[in-house]
Write a protein that binds this ligand. Sequence first.
Ligand SMILES: [Zn+2]
Length: 415
Amino acid sequence: MLVEVQRSGLPVVVDEVPDEFVLQLAAEAEVKAREADRSKLRLALAWARRHVVDDVMRAAHWSDVDLRDVCEPIGGAGTPLVHEAAVAPLAAALRVSARTAMQLMSDALDIEHRLPRTRAGLESLRIAPWRARQIAVLTHGLSVEAAAYVDAQVAPIADTVGRTRIERLVNEAAARFDAQEQAAAEDAAKQAWGVRLDHYTGAVWAGTSRLEIIGDTPTLTKVYELLNKRAHQRFDPAKPGAEQPPLEHRKVAALGDIADGAGARSRTTLYLHLSPDDALGFVERLGAVTVETIRGWLRASRFTLQPVLDLSRTDAVDGYQPPAWMRELVILRDRTCVHPNCDKDARDCDLDHIEAYVEMDDGGPPAQTRPDNLAPLCRRHHRAKTHHGWTYRRNRDGSYTWTDPFGRIYDVPRP
Ligand SMILES: [Zn+2]
């Protein structure tokens, strides 16, 4: 039995009401969701305003590392700078990553300072918060004047049009407003050029990866047409259609053919953890995969076997630097940065001495560098600990307990 509470506060048994009443409840649920999302934007704005700084060197910026020459503050032009230390507590409270929390503050600042009509639509809930945020994202790189122009064009119709149309309107308005903006947008788009390999295409890794290529339209169109041509050549006319791999799968195979033809050979190191009796293997950094799939890979590539590391080792060393085996152990044990909700891979993190290392010449005890006093921290969260008042400890069961600068406590379970 489904019981829903109406906005008036009265409960209603959903199974017993007519269709139109169910639709009424659904509409009310949408209003409640919009109100909740509007609250989050208002609170993110209030939080950002409590932590305004003048010094760009102390402001939060989009780079994960402490590159002081990369200063890209979180809000667009015309918005105030927000202190770097404001990011982690908000992210922890919302149980999201630092980037997600920064995006929320960025959108809230852009809507407040750059998009007055969108802001009015959001406040009256005429414009759904996700649409307002989308307009903020799409206008983020524009000048104050160009953003205001787009705001005036898009806000009146933003509640009735789809995502693609908003995108096109923003692009057109931006281009019409300022040809220089268009040139700048083309330069900015080039910043994204690159080829990236991503192994997480769904909630879990399942032997499938994504290769993303961003580049100039003529080159990519040429590559795409070649893949299509080769994929069609892989169609075997002697076989019935039902036995042929689907076209999209043949495109992937065609890409492999092209790589083989160019003399490609995989040098990738995959750390496979296999037990003799299991139907599943475990690939480090990626996840579980069937032994059947691993067999297919082994037929296609050469692999280097690594000796197994004893994860229960506890011995310590006196120096600051952990030896290679200890580093490997901590990385395999914790897998990611151990700050709440951070998924930066441990291999890209620094190993932090949980209890600060003191040189033995300065009276420090021996054996300070040992597995249970080391944890991987990404640059951002290393700074949160070193400069912004976060503390943590490693518990006996391998979990971590963090305390933010305001005394709020977060548990991070072992992976
Ligand atoms: Zn982190």
